[in-house]
Design a protein around this ligand. Structure first.
Ligand SMILES: C[S@@+](CC[C@H](N)C(=O)[O-])C[C@H]1O[C@@H](n2cnc3c(N)ncnc32)[C@H](O)[C@@H]1O
Length: 194
């Protein structure tokens, strides 16, 4: 009996914040847990402490001359489907922290850096954190349709009595459970806001 081993795609996070803030670091660690260190590249940063979690490449992914690339952009016109997802070799995401209302930073700072013919897809129009967008793409690569996935809109974090923080983004639910790292919750409680 033969088994055809499909090659795992590479997930690329193009870091686009002025520095690797603690929040970014926690998200990148979570992405490494989701897709595995050997399938993750973090580009456009010289921060070598991230090499415990990914291959770190100081150059922009746009300068790496990669073929078979799909850019993930909430402003893209087409939605990513399982049929096409399994043919892409690289998925590139913006290492951008959420902003509300969204300022289309992905389109301006990521999509426009790549040549015009590069495939650009959304996974819905709602804004997700980078780690959740990666988790959704991984599910789609594994054959799930976006419409079959479950989400929660907004995350309320209870701080202390009477105080809470609302994150206005879309979050993936896996078996009814929210995919949020304990480390992020602790960090946000400690930070007490944005
Ligand atoms: C927190 S989002 C930043 C979005 C940014 N505010 C904007 O308006 O473009 C971080 C990254 O996750 C990915 N992402 C988040 N939601 C997405 C969606 N609905 N479709 C495709 N990619 C998404 C994109 O790669 C994006 O750059």
């Amino acid at each position: 009996m033969f088994f055809v081993m499909e090659k795992m795609p590479t997930y690329i996070i193009e870091h686009l914040e002025p520095k690797v803030y603690e929040w970014c670091f926690i998200e990148y660690k979570q992405i490494s847990r989701i897709v595995g260190k050997k399938n993750l590249w973090i580009t456009n940063t010289k921060n070598q402490t991230l090499n415990h979690y990914a291959r770190v490449i100081p150059k922009s992914a746009a300068g790496l001359h990669l073929n078979n690339v799909c850019l993930l952009d909430p402003a893209a016109k087409k939605e990513l489907t399982p049929e096409e997802a399994r043919h892409f070799q690289y998925f590139v995401f913006g290492g951008i922290l959420g902003d509300y209302p969204p300022r289309k930073r992905t389109e301006v700072e990521l999509t426009q850096k790549f040549s015009q013919g590069t495939a650009t897809r959304n996974v819905g129009k709602e804004q997700m954190s980078t780690d959740h967008a990666v988790a959704v793409v991984k599910e789609i690569v594994q054959g799930k349709k976006l419409s079959a996935l479950k989400f929660q809109d907004q995350l309320e974090i209870h701080m202390k009595e009477g105080e809470s923080m609302l994150l206005p983004y879309r979050y993936l639910l896996i078996k009814g459970k929210l995919l949020v790292s304990k480390e992020l919750l602790e960090y946000l409680k400690k930070k007490k806001g944005f």
